[in-house]
Design a protein around this ligand. Structure first.
Ligand SMILES: [Zn+2]
Length: 232
């Protein structure tokens, strides 16, 4: 096997490893739960807090109505007991009952408001729980897929690394060092196929003499980008 073919074989392995690393980084980034899931959780929490608030209000307002009714009942009992003989006192008592009843209307309105708010919040909460469950299910499915791909990448990269070791060992240290330096400098690609009469890396048209040399057994580099050239 020519040295350039050995280099090309190593380049093929390294390019695959680079692609695996890029995809791995993409997966790591994609493994963050989406903003829509966070938003669905926040919405659910807000509605839950609103529901709790209105349940407390409803309970307090119910008590207020009950107390007011008891107060009215007590006053009416006194009014109709026959024990209050004085006419002016009777009128005052009746007026008081009337004013208590007026205030009862206000309290009952407030109670109804709380009952309706609780109902609305309960229905909103059910809707928010449904949305959240959908978001969670979608994310769980996506996450499982990503984790599976991540595991497959780890296995694939391990296989490539075990192939890389013997491929690198076949090369002379000085050539391997040059290859590594080129890879570092040229975005990971040190060995390129010739494309007709041009460099497959930078596209420069190559002199005829060089093109003929590339067919030989030695390693030739593109005079423009410096990549090692292979003719097939
Ligand atoms: Zn080039």
């Amino acid at each position: 096997m020519r040295v350039i073919d050995q280099l090309a074989a190593l380049q093929a392995i390294d390019s695959k490893l680079d692609a695996d690393r890029r995809r791995y980084a993409e997966i790591q980034a994609a493994l963050q739960p989406p903003a829509s899931l966070q938003a669905a959780k926040s919405t659910r929490d807000e509605i839950e807090a609103r529901l709790e608030h209105w349940r407390r209000e409803r309970s307090q307002r119910e008590t207020a109505v009950k107390d007011q009714r008891a107060r009215i009942q007590a006053q009416e009992k006194q009014l109709y007991s026959g024990r209050v003989k004085d006419a002016r006192e009777q009128v005052a008592l009746a007026k008081n009952v009337e004013s208590l009843k007026k205030h009862l209307d206000t309290l009952e309105e407030a109670e109804l408001e709380a009952i309706l708010e609780v109902e609305q919040a309960e229905s909103d909460l059910a809707e928010a729980e449904r949305t959240l469950a959908e978001e969670q299910a979608a994310w769980a499915q996506k996450e499982a897929g990503l984790q599976q791909e991540r595991q497959a990448l780890i296995v694939h990269a391990r296989q490539l690394k075990s192939q890389r070791q013997p491929a690198a060992n076949r090369l002379q240290p000085v050539i391997l060092k040059r290859y590594e330096a080129l890879r570092k400098k040229l975005g990971g690609v040190a060995v390129v196929q010739m494309k007709g009469a041009s460099c497959g890396g930078c596209g420069a048209s190559l002199p005829t003499a060089l093109r003929q040399q590339v067919h030989g057994s030695d390693v030739f580099t593109c005079p423009i980008c410096g990549r090692m050239l292979i003719d097939r």
